[in-house]
Design a protein around this ligand. Sequence first.
Ligand code: ATP
Ligand code: MG
Length: 191
Amino acid sequence: MRLAIFGGTFDPVHRGHLEVAREAATKVSLDRVLFVPASHPPHKGYRAHAPYGDRVRMLELACEGEPRFEVSRLEEGEPVSYSVHTIEKVRSTLAPSQELFFLIGADAFAELPTWHRWRDVVKLVTFIVASRPGHVYTVPEGARVIELPTLALTVSSSELRRRLAAGESPPEIPPKVLEYIRSRGLYGGTG
Ligand code: ATP
Ligand code: MG
């Protein structure tokens, strides 16, 4: 069983997240990608725009029909979402010899040395780092990294939130997720 954790705010989930996860699953032969939405992301200067329950639901809709993808509520109710806590929880369910992967984009990986207990994190996982246009990174000492260098997807949740607020229907958002956003009145779009 080869498993990767994919953490993020997913506010909202978009095609970039899904393509990165598919590419990782194929290239690294993963059996499962565990999407773990953060309850309170420490790296964002804001609270998430959509409530935790809505971000989980959007992920569930986006992962329908993807047998390797699963959505986890591991960070539900955590006052702060630190990846090291999530990683330790997942690790504790695995055999000690089993490798655990952590899927991440280049922008987030570049900030690794600012994470809570990052030196413990690098001991616990092998990173799968997806390239992201405009973001370079160096590999911190001791980190194991598998690079996914071919992806160059410019899509981001921040840009999609702006376009939703302007009333657009961005094709980078899966149709069922877009429908959910409309039905819940998320992100200020009138639809
Ligand atoms: P925001 O603009 O709000 O920061 P985002 O699009 O960066 O949203 P996050 O939820 O912050 O999405 O990201 C979750 C994970 O997915 C991070 O590791 C991030 O680097 C990665 N990721 C998101 N979009 C892409 C992309 N287009 N290419 C590669 N990785 C991505
Ligand atoms: Mg981001």
